[in-house]
Design a protein around this ligand. Structure first.
Ligand SMILES: Nc1ncnc2c1ncn2[C@@H]1O[C@H](COP(=O)(O)OP(=O)(O)O)[C@@H](O)[C@H]1O
Ligand SMILES: [Mg+2]
Length: 356
């Protein structure tokens, strides 16, 4: 009886495959599923031409690491998992388990497509409402009674909040379905800060909070998405606005971190003199739906998705997020982004980021 006798009987394809793409052992299910075709896609999966690596190589990078990846094989989606390393065949080999998740993924896709569609459709009528409110409010002073003006302003504020909730939900549903695409190009960090601050300046002055941005003269470029990065900074600033009292300060800044003379990364910080976050809650705020116990000064609970989305965006740029906070003193949110390096291509195509 071979040591693989249980594996032989399983209905899930299992095979021991070397880093060159040869099959050293396989069960019946592997033959039944892939048969002679296995040779073709394995060659593709193991290819290492011109520095381009096939997905099979992922299992050999760190033998200690337990890896699972999803791949398309012959039009179907398989969740491929390494179940063990094997060194009996003269060259590194791994035992892989191939779970067919095609149907599961198709159903998830259909579900999230319709969620995205519904959420997306909500934006249309809401922008209509916003446009109308803006128009009526522009008449203020001339024809509007001040009581009505206040009420309309309140309606405008609430519709802004609803718009950002809708946008968060839309991003979130895309992240969850792996359809959140970050288009990358060289972008000026200074421009991002300026845009983010400008879009919330009005809200800040209404709340009597000082909002300013400060950065050195030559902040280098990063490779990324202006839209997504600006949105991330806006997210941080609007969180700060929720927790910073009148006469408080929110400052948005960027610093270069150098290695010797070479700029290595750019650190964007959003610092406020607000309520702060309990140290016990500090790490979990980046998780989805997590909100800390600190009460917002200005009402309007959010979704708890904002920081989760910020983290995904920053990580899709090869960066990291962190936070420092002292209760009652303030909070500093930090986004660290790698600087565009010499030789990096400027116009990188859309990079699909998938969140596991
Ligand atoms: N600048 C800040 N000051 C104090 N608490 C904050 C700050 N930023 C975020 N938080 C806390 O982290 C939680 C998660 O933030 P976020 O993911 O943006 O969700 P939301 O804004 O929808 O509540 C917030 O609910 C809040 O409790
Ligand atoms: Mg938020």
């Amino acid at each position: 009886m071979s040591k693989f006798n249980i594996a032989e009987k399983l209905t899930t394809p299992i095979a021991i495959i070397t880093d060159r793409g040869t099959v050293e052992w396989r069960n019946d299910a592997f033959d039944a599923t892939f048969g002679a075709d296995a040779k073709d896609w394995l060659k593709e999966a193991a290819r290492a031409v011109g520095g381009e690596r096939g997905w099979l190589q992922d299992f050999f990078v760190d033998p200690e690491e337990h890896r699972t990846i999803e791949v398309e094989i012959e039009g179907r989606t398989f969740r491929v998992e390494k179940i063990m390393n094997n060194d009996e065949y003269g060259s590194p080999a791994v035992a892989l388990w191939f779970e067919d998740v095609t149907q599961q993924r198709e159903m998830e896709q259909a579900k999230s497509d319709s969620t995205s569609m519904i959420v997306h459709d909500l934006r249309g009528p809401l922008s209509g409402i916003q446009g109308t409110l803006e128009f009526v409010l522009a008449q203020e002073g001339t024809k509007l009674d001040s009581m009505y003006a206040d009420l309309l302003q309140e309606a405008q504020r609430e519709s802004e909040r609803m718009m950002s909730l809708i946008n968060e939900l839309l991003d979130f549903s895309k992240i969850e379905s792996g359809n959140f695409v970050v288009e990358k190009e060289p972008v000026r960090v200074a421009g991002i800060l300026k845009r983010a601050v400008r879009s919330l300046q009005q809200v800040a002055s209404r709340d009597e909070v000082f909002l300013l941005s400060a950065h050195g003269r030559d902040v280098p470029q990063v490779i990324g998405s202006v839209e997504k990065l600006t949105q991330a900074v806006i997210n941080l600033v609007s969180n700060s606005l929720k927790f910073t009292p009148k006469k408080g300060l929110i400052s948005v800044g960027a610093q270069i971190v150098r290695n010797g003379d070479v700029p290595e990364s750019i650190v964007i910080t959003v610092t406020d003199s607000g309520a702060g976050i309990k140290s016990s809650e500090l790490q979990q705020i980046w998780q989805k739906y997590k909100q800390s116990g600190t009460k917002s000064l200005r009402g309007g609970g959010g979704t708890g998705l904002g920081l989760y989305i910020v983290k995904q965006v920053v990580e899709a740029h090869g960066g990291e997020v962190s936070v420092a906070s002292i209760e009652g003193i303030g909070t500093s949110m930090v986004l660290k982004l790698p600087v565009k390096r010499f030789g990096d291509t400027g116009n990188i195509t859309a990079q699909r980021m998938t969140v596991s």
